[in-house]
Each structure stands twice: as structure tokens, then as C-alpha cells.
Design a binder for this molecule. Structure first.
Ligand code: ADP
Length: 859
């Protein structure tokens, strides 16, 4: 291979330090990519792959223009990759040899500061784990807002998922020596995984963590050193770490959050049809993000909850103040992210004006909040108004500055004397030019004469072709165009120098002033962040007041004796998706003697909705919102678990019975008597008797050991006999009636067990061919009359183990019916089929089909 050019040597040496990133190598007006990077990027970005050099030594290359790089960068980041941006770090005119280049920033999925990848309503998280002396700690930061939260988790994967599988998680950093059993998990997580062994908090940030826990410190150290290494600039907006004590919050694992559709819907992963979508009446992006976080982790401490509820109460009653607050909030921009940009150094004047406008709203917000009594005053006490800064920005910047910070036009007249002088000189120069234009036109009688400007020739006098014979001698020709000639005069050149001089000075001075203003703002970052917190807090609560009023919610109260009483309660999200007035409100009563409800009723009757309604109402209460119920007394739940029978959970792609069982195990182990457990058709993912046996065992376990409030829906009507044996379990059913052979769902929850399944009626509703439903009705009658052909018999004794027939020898079948002799070949074939069967990926229906087929072969 031929000797590398010096520039290529430079490229390769830099690339060797950034192997896991696309190196965007600045060459003039382009970022170029070479070798493997180029091949991959050309494909990803759908741009042309070219070559640099000739013959065998040619190397693959592609490039994107510098000024439109952003959209290409977004595209790469969205796919989960990283980009190292390499710039020229010296003036090419002064360079001796190859221009010096260096990576100025590494952009990774978790560290984007702008562009399409950022959603205003969602935090943008980058997290790190540390494994230290049997402890696992996590830290997660949002670089755009400067927030960091950290804590300890147990080594259960479900626990890791609880803290990491949240909206907006983009990247996770681990050390190379992470525990081996995480390997396949890390491969499957839905965000980018990066490796970094550093775990010391960088020096300038050390004061931001004052905790004692070494594992937590290392996790924070890892995420912050990664941020420093990749961003290569001051991170002045990082805020002190909030160490999270799990006891302060209601715990919900990722599955439960997803399943309850708290912030993203199972159907399309958007906020439509979710609790977040319903409650998001916030006016600011900060408020919206805060609400999302609140819903992801409701509070546990009563005092903290009551503080929010009391303010919602006030905001609901004091209409005038609420409207004042809302009006002001309308004009508040994303302070948190603006401040991030200030610290980062990439804020522009237009954004500083947005910051100013936001700060200017604060006094009226505070005034209105203070009028809400002692609770309101307690909130505003948490922050200072940054009035001096708002005034400064008001005086310094024009109302509508340009986006570019280099071309002037940002600073208000009267702010800086010298700048005003330059501007005047510049303005005068321009007036002088138009006077000159008029004079020359008159003197020469050239009607088409006009003054123009371009970057190469500066100012010139332009005369159209037809009139060039009128040009006086002292015009010096500079350029010939098709239809015109361009000239200069000594006088014009003289003025040009003055104008351009003033212009340049003006722009340089403006930029300097802008930087000063940015730095003055930077010095106030902590205060602004504090203010942003208060404003977003108020924003969420005013939103609660609005929804509570519009949707007739009531204030919940909390009980100390673990009783739960909801009268006429509703599922707030389902309620708005069906025609107004159609929702059937239901009561829920749970107490020491009634900890568990076994819910039966036909499919589609409303069992899941009823169960979820209890969870959603509890979550709403514990985030400090009013709830959809005529009256609501609730215990405070430390944890909520929901588990859904495998067949239902298709959306998440986790349809296997194994997953269902692993998650149920977790719920049973973690739940306390202060928890709420919802089990929806658990056990359905396996054969009937298997499933029923498991369901019963689970119910008994919770009843004896856990004593958590539990709602258990099932289509195994046989389980309703448990009511007699288990003291604190009661049967309820969701009522349906038969009318002219059709089922009518009443959605009313009543005492006792359901009398019928109405499965065939539901099938009719689903327009199954009449031939099928008629035949099913006939069969049902046969089964119910107890004829021996009925395949499923009512269970009368405790589960015998003979139900677990799937893996057993055919001898049990012999008892039932004399088999026809089975050949060795057939047996071997069956055995092979059984061995190769992927049990974990069978749907219950497929499993039944298989069983049926084998049985048929053996008979
Ligand atoms: P199940 O779990 O019994 O199969 P779901 O809880 O999924 O039934 O409810 C099925 C549908 O019935 C819901 O999507 C909703 O449209 C409607 N529904 C449920 N509960 C009610 C209710 N209380 N009032 C009115 N409609 C309801």
C-alpha cells in the first residue's frame, strides 16, 4: 500500500481513538467520512459513496455539507449510533502543513442537545450502572436539563428495568467488567449500550454529590465522566444529584407501568389513550415532563401527597388566580432546556429572548400563587424571581433577534455607546451611497445606473449594456456581465472601506456583547433552574385542577387501616373513550376482612377495566390529583403489580407462559401487605388444569403469606369455591344478561360468582359463522347435561397430578380407552416431535391443537 497522505494519517490517528463512533471529519465545507464509516453511513443516510484517490489505493468516502449536517446527525443518532465531530482547530491560513484537527464533541443517543431526537414532553436520559461490593447502583442524567437521579437497586432484572425502562431512556453506560449474566439482557435492552470504565466524579462536579454510598458515587461518576469526555466542555448546568430512597415512592415495575398504559399506549406507544394523555393539561414543556415523571413514580408519604392535593384544591376553587397563572404560563418557554443551552454555549439571542419572556412571567405567577394561601406561599418561597436578569436581557436584546449570533442585529439601541456609533457610521455610509447613486445618475444621464454589492468586488456601480457608452472616464471597469458592466470609482472605494470597517467592527462587538450577556445569564443558572422547578410544579397542579373540574373528580382521602372505599368510581381513560354517559360506575370495598376479590364474568364484561380502575385511581391519588369517584378513601400503596395472563400480553411481544410466571414470582416475592396486586387471567397461558391449579396456588399464597390487596380476574369459575375456604377472599362478578339469545353487558360489578361464561354469545357478537356457534351451543348442552363425551369435567377433588399429562407416557390414556397398538416407528416419531417442540413459543391454542393431534394418533 502506498504511503498515506499526511491528512489521511491524521484521520486514521483520530479515528483510532473513536472506534465506536462515526468520525465526521471536517474538510472545508464538508464533513467527510472514510473507509468502513463511509460505507455504513452512505447506506444509513442514503447518500452517494465515492472514492478518494485512484486505483488500488482509492478509499471509500462520503460526505455531508457542514451547514446541513444536523439532519444527517439526527438520522444516525436515531438509529442508536454515535458521532465524533472532528473540526479544524486552527485557521487554515495560519497552518503549517496539515491543518490541526480535533474531535470537539461526541454526540451519542443519550447526549443530544438539539434536533429531532429531542421531544419537549419527555426527558432525555442517559444512565450508568456500577457494580460495587454486591451492590448495584444506577445514576441517570438528563443533559438537556441538568438533572441527575441515583440510587441502589437489587440484582433482579425486573428492578433494573423498573429504573431504566422509562420514557426517554436513550443510553446506558456500563463498565467492561459487568456481571456476565447481564450479557443477553444488555443485548436486548431498547436503548444504546456504551462502555466506559471510569467511575470517578470529575473534579469540577464533585460538590454536586454529597452522599456517602460508594456504589452510588461510582454510578454518578460513570455517567458524569462519560458526559465530560464526550461533550468536552463545561457542564455548568448539572444540578446536584437527587438520591432516591425507594420508600418515598410507590414502586411500579416496567411491566406494570406499560400494562396500565400510564404514559404510552399498548397500541401505538403514544400518549393518546393513556393516563398521561388525560392529565396533561400543562401549559409548558417543563410541566409536561414533570407530570410524566410523577406518573412514573407516585409518592408514598402522605404529607407530600396532601401538599399537592391542597394546592389542587385551592387552584380548583380560586378560578381567577388559576386563569392568571394559566395566562402567564402560556408565555413561559422551556426554561430548563434554555438554561442547558446557556451553559453549553450554544444558545442564540432568540433563545435568550425566550428566556427573558419566561422570566418576565414569573412575578405574576408568584403573585397569583401567593394568593392561594399558606400552601401557595410555601411553594413560591422555594425560588427567587430573577427580575434583574430579566431587565438586563430586556435592555440588551432586541425583541426579535436573528438566529445567527455572528451577523449582528441582536443588541438593542442604547445598550452600548460604541456599538451605536458604529451603527450610525454604517447607516450614514448607506445614506451616502444612495446619494451617490442619485448624483451619478443625474450627472451621466444613465437611467439604469445603480449601486450594488457582492462579496468579491465589494460595492460597484452597475450600468446596463445599452447605456455603457454614456459612462464617464473616471469609472473604472471591474466586471462584465451579459447584460451589464460594473464599475468602481475612487470615491466609492473609499466609502466602502469605511462602511465595511464599521460593519465588521459592529459585528465583532455585537458578538462580544452577546457572549457577555450569555455569561451573565450563565452566572444565574442555579436560580433559574430553581425557578423552573417551581413553575413546572405549579403547571402540573393547575393541570390537575383543570381535569378535576372538567371530569368531576373528587379529592381522595387516605386511611391508616388499609381500607379502600370507592363509591361510583370510574376508569378515567376508558370513560372518555366510550360515548358520554355510557360508563357504568362501580363501587369497590376492601378492608382487613376482605383483602381479595375473585372476579368472574364473561369476556368483555369489564373485569380488566374494573381492576385497572382501582390501580389508576390509587396512582392518581398518590401523585396528588383528584380521582374519578364520588367518594374515595384509599390506603397508600407501597407497590402496585399487575400481571396479565400470557395470551393477553401479545403487544409487548412477551407472550410466553414462562414470562408470565417469572413476573408473577416477582410480584409474590416483592409485595407487602401494603401493596396492590392485579392478576388478570393468570394461568391462562397453559392447559386448563395446569392453569387452574396454578391460579389457585397463587391465590392461596397471597391469602396466607402476602396479604396484599388483590384483585384476581379469572374465567375458571371453579375457583369461586375458594370463597368458602379463604377467609378474606370474596367473589364478585361483572354482570351480563341474556336477551333473546344475545348477551348484554351491564358492566355492573355485583357480589357473588358469575353464573355463565357467555363465551358463545360473545362469539356471536364477533360474527363467527352461525354454523359454528350453533354447533357450539349443541355441544355445550351435551356437556352441561353431563354426557360422557364432555371433554372437560367439573373438578370435584383437589388437583390430582394426572392433569400434568403433557410430559407423561401414554399409559394414562390407556385407562380411559383401549388404544390401538402403536408401532415403534409412530412412537419414535411422536417422541421426536415432542423433543423438538418449542414449548415456550407456543400459544395455548397451538398447544391444545398439538395435544389433540397426538392423542388422535395414539387412539
Ligand atoms: P374483560 O376484562 O372482562 O374481558 P374489559 O375490562 O376488557 O373486559 O372491558 C371490555 C370493554 O367493555 C372495555 O373496552 C370498555 O369499552 C367496556 N367497559 C368495561 N367496563 C365498563 C364500564 N364500567 N362501563 C362501560 N363500559 C365498560
Amino acid at each position: 500500500m502506498a504511503q498515506q497522505t499526511p491528512m489521511m494519517q491524521q484521520y486514521l490517528s483520530i479515528k483510532s481513538e473513536y472506534k465506536d463512533a462515526f468520525l465526521f471529519f471536517r474538510l472545508g465545507d464538508f464533513y467527510e467520512l472514510f473507509h468502513e464509516d463511509a460505507i455504513q453511513a452512505a447506506q444509513l443516510l442514503e447518500i452517494t459513496l465515492t472514492k478518494r484517490g485512484k486505483g488500488d489505493d482509492a478509499i471509500p468516502m462520503c460526505g455531508v455539507p457542514y451547514h446541513s449536517a444536523e439532519s444527517y446527525i439526527d438520522k444516525i443518532i436515531e438509529k442508536g449510533y454515535k458521532i465524533a465531530v472532528c473540526e479544524q482547530v486552527e485557521d487554515p491560513r495560519e497552518a503549517k502543513g496539515v491543518v490541526k484537527r480535533d474531535v470537539v464533541r461526541v454526540i451519542t443517543p443519550g447526549t443530544v442537545m438539539e434536533g429531532r431526537a429531542l421531544s419537549a414532553e419527555e426527558n432525555h436520559y442517559i444512565a450508568a450502572l456500577s457494580f460495587h461490593k454486591d451492590k448495584i447502583a444506577y445514576a441517570k442524567s438528563d443533559l438537556t436539563t441538568g438533572e441527575t437521579e441515583a440510587g441502589i437497586v437489587t440484582d433482579e432484572l425486573v428492578e433494573l428495568e423498573r429504573v431504566l425502562f422509562i420514557d426517554g431512556m436513550k443510553e446506558l453506560i456500563v463498565s467492561h467488567d459487568y456481571p456476565g449474566d447481564l450479557k443477553s439482557w444488555l443485548k436486548a435492552v431498547p436503548f444504546t449500550v456504551s462502555f466506559d470504565d471510569q467511575d470517578t466524579i470529575p473534579e469540577p462536579l464533585q460538590s454536586l454529590y454529597d452522599g456517602q454510598d460508594e456504589a452510588v458515587e461510582k454510578a454518578v461518576g460513570r455517567v458524569w465522566s462519560y458526559l465530560s469526555e464526550t461533550q468536552k466542555r463545561s457542564l455548568d448546568h448539572l444540578q446536584p444529584v437527587t438520591v432516591r430512597m425507594s420508600q418515598q415512592f410507590m414502586q411500579m415495575d416496567a411491566h406494570t407501568r406499560r400494562n396500565l398504559e400510564l404514559t404510552s399506549s399498548l397500541i401505538d406507544r403514544t400518549k393518546k389513550g393513556t393516563l398521561f394523555g388525560l392529565l396533561d393539561e400543562t401549559k409548558t414543556a417543563m410541566g409536561s415532563r414533570r407530570l410524566r415523571r410523577w406518573i412514573e413514580s407516585p409518592l408514598y408519604h402522605q404529607q407530600a401527597i396532601e401538599r399537592r392535593l391542597e394546592l389542587v384544591n385551592k387552584l380548583k376553587d380560586e378560578m381567577l388566580e388559576r386563569v392568571n397563572i394559566q395566562d402567564a404560563l402560556q408565555n413561559v418557554y422551556d426554561l430548563e432546556r434554555l438554561v442547558g443551552k446557556v451553559a453549553y454555549g450554544n444558545v442564540n439571542a432568540r433563545e435568550l429572548v425566550q428566556l427573558k419572556r419566561s422570566l418576565q412571567q414569573a412575578p405574576s405567577i408568584f403573585e397569583a400563587v401567593n394568593k392561594l394561601g399558606i400552601e401557595g406561599r410555601a411553594v413560591t418561597k422555594e425560588a427567587e424571581l430573577c427580575e434583574a436578569l430579566a431587565d438586563h436581557l430586556q435592555n440588551a436584546l432586541v425583541d426579535e433577534p436573528p438566529i445567527s449570533t455572528k451577523d449582528g442585529g441582536m443588541i438593542r439601541k442604547g445598550f452600548h455607546e460604541q456599538l451605536d456609533e458604529y451603527r450610525e457610521a454604517n447607516e450614514n455610509g448607506k445614506t451616502w451611497l444612495s446619494n451617490l447613486e442619485r448624483e451619478e445618475r443625474e450627472k451621466s444621464s444613465i437611467k439604469t445606473l445603480k449601486i450594488g454589492y457582492n462579496r468579491v468586488f465589494g460595492y460597484y456601480l452597475e450600468v446596463s449594456r445599452g447605456q455603457s457608452h454614456l459612462v464617464p472616464d473616471y469609472f473604472e471597469r471591474k466586471q462584465t456581465l451579459t447584460n451589464a458592466e460594473r464599475y468602481v470609482t475612487p470615491e466609492l472605494k473609499d466609502m466602502e472601506r469605511k462602511i465595511l470597517d464599521a460593519q465588521e467592527k459592529m459585528e465583532v462587538l455585537e458578538y462580544d456583547l452577546f457572549v457577555q450577556i450569555r455569561e451573565t445569564t450563565k452566572a444565574q443558572i442555579t436560580k433559574i433552574q430553581q425557578l423552573a422547578k417551581v413553575i413546572s410544579y405549579i403547571d402540573v397542579l393547575q393541570g390537575f385542577a383543570v381535569v378535576s373540574e372538567n371530569r368531576r373528580f373528587t379529592r381522595p382521602s387516605f386511611t391508616d387501616d388499609r381500607t379502600l372505599n370507592l363509591v361510583n368510581s370510574r376508569h378515567p381513560v376508558v370513560e372518555v373513550t366510550i360515548p358520554a354517559g355510557d360508563y357504568v360506575a362501580n363501587d369497590v370495598h376492601l378492608h382487613e376482612e376482605r383483602e381479595m376479590l375473585l372476579i368472574t364474568g364473561p369476556n368483555m364484561a369489564g373485569k380488566s377495566t374494573y381492576m385497572r380502575q382501582v390501580a389508576i385511581i390509587s396512582i392518581m391519588a398518590q401523585i396528588g390529583c383528584y380521582v374519578p369517584s364520588d367518594t374515595a378513601q384509599l390506603p397508600r400503596f407501597d407497590r402496585i403489580f399487575t400481571r396479565i395472563g400470557a395470551a393477553d400480553d401479545l403487544v409487548s411481544g412477551q407472550s410466553t407462559f414462562m414470562v408470565e410466571m417469572v413476573e408473577t414470582e416477582y410480584a409474590l416475592n416483592q409485595a407487602t401487605n401494603n401493596s396492590l396486586i392485579l392478576l388478570d387471567e393468570i394461568g391462562r397461558g397453559t392447559s386448563t388444569y395446569d392453569g387452574m391449579a396454578l391460579a389457585q396456588a397463587i391465590i392461596e399464597f397471597i391469602h396466607e403469606r402476602v396479604r396484599a390487596k388483590t384483585l384476581f380476574s379469572t374465567h375458571y369459575h371453579e375457583l369461586t369455591v375458594l370463597e368458602e375456604e379463604l377467609e378474606t377472599l370474596d367473589n364478585v362478578h361483572v354482570k351480563a344478561e341474556e336477551e333473546d339469545g344475545n348477551v348484554v353487558f351491564l358492566h355492573r360489578v355485583e357480589k357473588g360468582r358469575a353464573d355463565k361464561s357467555y363465551g358463545i354469545h360473545v362469539a356471536k357478537l364477533a360474527s363467527l359463522p352461525t354454523e359454528v356457534t350453533d354447533r357450539a351451543e349443541t355441544l355445550l348442552k351435551t356437556y352441561e347435561s353431563g354426557q360422557p363425551t364432555a371433554p372437560v369435567q367439573e373438578r370435584t377433588e383437589p388437583m390430582p397430578d394426572e392433569q400434568l399429562t403433557l410430559f407423561e407416557e401414554p399409559k394414562r390414556a390407556e385407562k380411559v380407552k383401549e388404544p390401538k397398538p402403536t408401532t415403534d416407528r409412530e412412537l419414535a416419531q411422536l417422541k421426536e416431535e415432542l423433543q423438538q417442540l418449542d414449548v415456550l413459543h407456543l400459544t395455548p391454542f397451538e398447544a391444545l391443537e398439538k395435544l389433540y393431534e397426538w392423542q388422535r394418533k395414539l387412539r
